[in-house]
Design a protein around this ligand. Structure first.
Ligand code: PHE
Length: 450
C-alpha cells in the first residue's frame, strides 16, 4: 500500500462524484429498481425504499466515505488502520463475498444490455407487438450459448479496464455520457406518461397500498437501498480514501444519494405507465425493462436511434459499476496477498464469470433447479443484496457510531475544524442508533421473527 503522501487522489469534487456516482448509478437504478418495484406491488414498496435511503443509506454512505478518508485505506485496510488488533476487519470478508456474488449475476444482465444494442441496431423490434417483444426476450435469455457469450464479453471488458487502470478515462467519458442517459430517460418519461392508459401506471407508482407490503418486500427495499448506493461492501470506503482533505464529506454523500435516487425514480416513471399501457405484467421479473422500453421507443420519433443509444449507455453505466465491484476483490488480493494486479484481476474475473454461468442458465436449462422456491440467479442476488450488504452496512455504522471517537469523526467531517458540521449530531444519532436498529429490525422481520 502506498503511503499517505504518495496516495493518488481524485481531481477535486467532480472526480470523486463522477466515480462514486458511476459506481452507484447502474443496472440497479434502471433494471433492478423497476423490476422489484413491480414484483413487490409498487408505491408502498417505493415509500419504504425511500425511508431506507434516508435513514440508513445516507448515514451508511457518509460512514463509509468518512472511514475511507480517515484511514487512507480500502475496505479491509481501513478497519485494520483505525482499529488495529480488533476483529472489525472481518466485515471486509462479507464485502468480498458480496462483491463476488453480485458481479456474477451483474455480468449476466449487463450482457443482456449488449445483446439489446445489437438487436436495436438491426431493427429487431420494429413492427413487433408487445407480446412478440416479450417472447423475444424470453427466447433470448432461455438460450444457453448466446447470453453466456455476452456475459463473457462484458466481463472481459470489465477485466480489461481494471487491469489497464484506465478507470480515470472511463470516468471521464461517463461524466459526459451519463447526462445523455439522463436526457433519454427524460424523453422516455415524457413519452411514457402520455401513452393511452398511462394513468394506471401512476396509480401503481404513487398511490400507496400498504396492505400489499410483505415482510419480504421490506427486506428487499432495504437490500436494494444498499445495492443501488453501492454500500455495504467497502466500495465507498475505498473511493473515500481518495477524496482530497479539503472536500466536505457530508454534502458529497447527499449529492450522490440524491442523484442515484432521482435516476431510479425516473426509470420507474419511464416504465410503469408504459407497462400498463401495453398490458405488460408489472411483476414480470428481470425482463420488465427489456420488454417494456423497446415498446416505448417504437412509439417515439427516431425511436430506433434512441433505443440503440439507450442500451449502449446502460451498458456503459453497468461498466462503471462493475469495475467498482471487481476492484473490491482485486484490491484485497493485491494488498493482502501480494498478488500482482494483473494476475489478481484475471483470476478473479475468471472465477466470477464461471460462477455467473449458472446465473445465466437459470432462465434456460437450469430453470427447474430451485432452492427455497427460487432459481440460482435469484438466490445469489438475495443472499448478497438482502443479507451481506446490509450486514456490512450494519458493521460500518456501528464502527463510526460506537468505535470511533466522536472527536475523530468531527475532525474528519469538518476537515480539521475548518468547516461547520451542524449535521454531526443527527448523523451520529442515525449511525449509532437508528441505522443499526432499523437494519436489525428489518432482518428479523424479513425472517418472520418479529
Ligand atoms: N450500485 C450499482 C448499481 O446500482 C451496483 C453495485 C452494487 C455497485 C454494490 C457496487 C457495489 O447498479
Amino acid at each position: 500500500m502506498t503511503s499517505v503522501s504518495q496516495r493518488d487522489s481524485f481531481t477535486g469534487k467532480y472526480g470523486f462524484i463522477a466515480a462514486a456516482a458511476g459506481s452507484a448509478i447502474g443496472l440497479g437504478n434502471i433494471w433492478k429498481f423497476p423490476y422489484i418495484t413491480g414484483v413487490y406491488g409498487g408505491s408502498a414498496f417505493i415509500i419504504v425504499y425511500l425511508i431506507c435511503i434516508l435513514l440508513i443509506g445516507l448515514p451508511v454512505m457518509l460512514s463509509e466515505i468518512t472511514v475511507g478518508r480517515r484511514a487512507q485505506k480500502g475496505g479491509f485496510g481501513a478497519y485494520k488502520n483505525l482499529a488495529p488488533g480488533t476483529p472489525w476487519f472481518f466485515s471486509g470478508y462479507m464485502g468480498i463475498a458480496a462483491a463476488f456474488l453480485i458481479l456474477s449475476f451483474y455480468g449476466v444482465v449487463a450482457g443482456w444490455t449488449m445483446e439489446y444494442v445489437v438487436k436495436a441496431l438491426t431493427g429487431a423490434f420494429s413492427g413487433k407487438t408487445p407480446d412478440e417483444i416479450g417472447a423475444m426476450f424470453g427466447g433470448f435469455i432461455g438460450q444457453t450459448a448466446k447470453p453466456i457469450f455476452w456475459q463473457i464479453g462484458f466481463m472481459s471488458l470489465t477485466c480489461f479496464i481494471v487491469i489497464a487502470g484506465i478507470k480515470n478515462g472511463i470516468e471521464r467519458y461517463s461524466k459526459i455520457l451519463m447526462p445523455v442517459l439522463l436526457v433519454i430517460l427524460f424523453f422516455l418519461c415524457a413519452r411514457s406518461v402520455t401513452l393511452d392508459g398511462a394513468a394506471k401506471g401512476f396509480e401503481f407508482l404513487f398511490k400507496p397500498d400498504f396492505s400489499k407490503l410483505s415482510s419480504e418486500a421490506v427486506l428487499a427495499a432495504l437490500g436494494h437501498a444498499f445495492f443501488s448506493l453501492s454500500l455495504g461492501m467497502g466500495t465507498l470506503v475505498t473511493y473515500g480514501s481518495y477524496v482530497k482533505k479539503n472536500e466536505s464529506l457530508g454534502p458529497l454523500a447527499v449529492h450522490i444519494t440524491t442523484a442515484d435516487t432521482i435516476i431510479a425514480l425516473l426509470a420507474g416513471i419511464a416504465i410503469f405507465p408504459a407497462v400498463f399501457a401495453f398490458g405488460i405484467e408489472p411483476a414480470a421479473g428481470p425482463g420488465l425493462v427489456f420488454v417494456t422500453l423497446p415498446n416505448v421507443f417504437q412509439q417515439m420519433p427516431f425511436g430506433s436511434f434512441f433505443c440503440v443509444l439507450f442500451f449502449f449507455l446502460l451498458a456503459i453505466a453497468a461498466l462503471t459499476s462493475s469495475i467498482s465491484i471487481l476492484e473490491v476483490v482485486v484490491t484485497h488480493l493485491v494488498e493482502d496477498f501480494r498478488v500482482s494486479r494483473k494476475t489478481a484481476t484475471i483470476v478473479t474475473t475468471l472465477v466470477i464469470t464461471l460462477f455467473g454461468i449458472p446465473c445465466s442458465l437459470s432462465f434456460g436449462v437450469m430453470s427447474e433447479f430451485k432452492f427455497l422456491g427460487a432459481n440460482f440467479f435469484d438466490n445469489v442476488d438475495h443472499i448478497a443484496s438482502n443479507f451481506l450488504l446490509p450486514l456490512g452496512g450494519l458493521c460500518i455504522s456501528l464502527f463510526v457510531g460506537w468505535k470511533m471517537a466522536r472527536k475523530d469523526v468531527e475532525d474528519e467531517l469538518s476537515n480539521g475544524g475548518t468547516l461547520g458540521t451542524g449535521y454531526l449530531t443527527i448523523f451520529l444519532f442515525l449511525a449509532k442508533i437508528v441505522a443499526p436498529i432499523a437494519i436489525t429490525a428489518v432482518f428479523l422481520h424479513g425472517l418472520n421473527i418479529i
